[in-house]
Design a protein around this ligand. Structure first.
Ligand code: UTP
Length: 303
């Protein structure tokens, strides 16, 4: 059965404290940290727009003015670059303003990702919507969001993205229990376990930062008590929907998982942030010719 209600809106929560990147994140939001020469948030808004979601709501916290400035016109700068005839820079300055209709809602205090998503309720209304976390960058070639939107169309309910990791890494993530569907790369979620002991992980498939949520998530979030870290967790609300559907005791539409085998760059921790920066630089035609030979030399000289 095809499920009506197209996904047209993206919600991007960016109100976290970014404690792992202090002091850089003292006055600058974490998602404004550049990967090469673009802030992480621009890659995410590009991904949403690329999947046809041109209504992008950012859930912001303190010190987030620079994000709004990034997605707004900068007339003085544009005038100065134009006077210099620097078209490359002019295009770079204008590009983020042309991607999507970006709007903002403030999360009064960082009470968790689930609470941040709940702040989108008025803007989203009674429609399915995508959630993208700025910490995870997904290669545009993989069209993960497009596949998730198609899965929502086919199965209804909410859709999460799952990625396989080695067994000894599952304890750092939310891990899914699931059963197969008729589609090779889509599974029906039966449970979600947050940061399980390695021996208790129900699979090697972890939840990554892309979601398509049924609007039923809002009423569940309102009833979801603070969980791990005293925060209202999106995973807890999705688990409620998955378990209720499994046990056939509610009609939140259930949760399906899209198995993702493409490239994901986790920029939320320092190690992976550094790796992402190097990989992105090596993939840039305008930088690689100089950067890659330097990198080889640098690495070969490392003790
Ligand atoms: P994280 O758990 O990675 O938290 O949030 P964080 O604050 O960004 O980083 P650390 O752990 O303190 O270093 C995952 C995503 O959810 C958003 C964050 O901005 C991030 O994109 N978030 C989290 C909110 O918008 N509000 C919250 O209350 C919590």
């Amino acid at each position: 059965m095809a499920h009506t209600g197209a996904v047209t809106k993206a919600v991007v929560p960016v109100a976290g404290l970014g404690t792992r990147f202090l002091p850089a994140t003292k006055a600058t939001p974490k998602v404004m940290m550049p990967i090469v020469d673009k802030p992480a948030i621009q890659y995410v808004v590009e991904e949403a727009a690329g999947a046809g979601l041109e209504d992008v709501l950012l859930i912001t916290g303190d010190n987030q003015e620079s994000i709004a400035e990034h997605f707004s016109r900068a007339y003085e700068l544009e005038k100065a670059l134009s006077a210099k005839g620097n078209d490359r820079a002019l295009n770079a300055v204008r590009a983020p303003t042309q991607l999507a209709e970006v709007s903002y809602v403030r999360q009064d205090s960082p009470r968790g990702l689930g609470h941040a998503v709940l702040c989108a309720a008025d803007h989203v209304g009674n429609e399915p919507f995508a959630v993208l976390l700025g910490d995870d960058l997904i290669s545009a070639d993989d069209d993960l969001l497009g596949r998730m939107i198609a899965a929502r169309q086919r199965y209804g309910g909410s859709i999460i993205a799952l990625m396989e990791v080695p067994a000894d890494q599952t304890s750092a993530y939310g891990v899914a229990a699931f059963k197969p569907t008729d589609d090779a790369d889509i599974v029906a979620i039966t449970d979600l376990v947050e940061k399980p002991e390695t021996s208790e992980a129900p699979s090697n498939w972890i939840v990554i930062g892309r979601y398509v949520c049924d609007p039923a998530i809002f009423s569940v979030l309102r009833e979801t008590p603070p969980g791990r870290g005293g925060e209202i967790q999106l995973t807890d609300a999705l688990r409620t929907l998955a378990v209720a559907d499994r046990d056939a005791c509610a009609d939140g539409g259930g949760v399906h998982g899209v198995l993702f085998r493409g490239r994901r760059f986790d920029t939320g921790n320092k190690q992976d942030f550094l790796r992402t920066t190097v990989e992105f630089a090596c993939a840039r035609p305008d930088l690689a010719a100089d950067f890659v030979p330097w990198l080889r030399e640098y690495v070969s000289a490392l003790k």
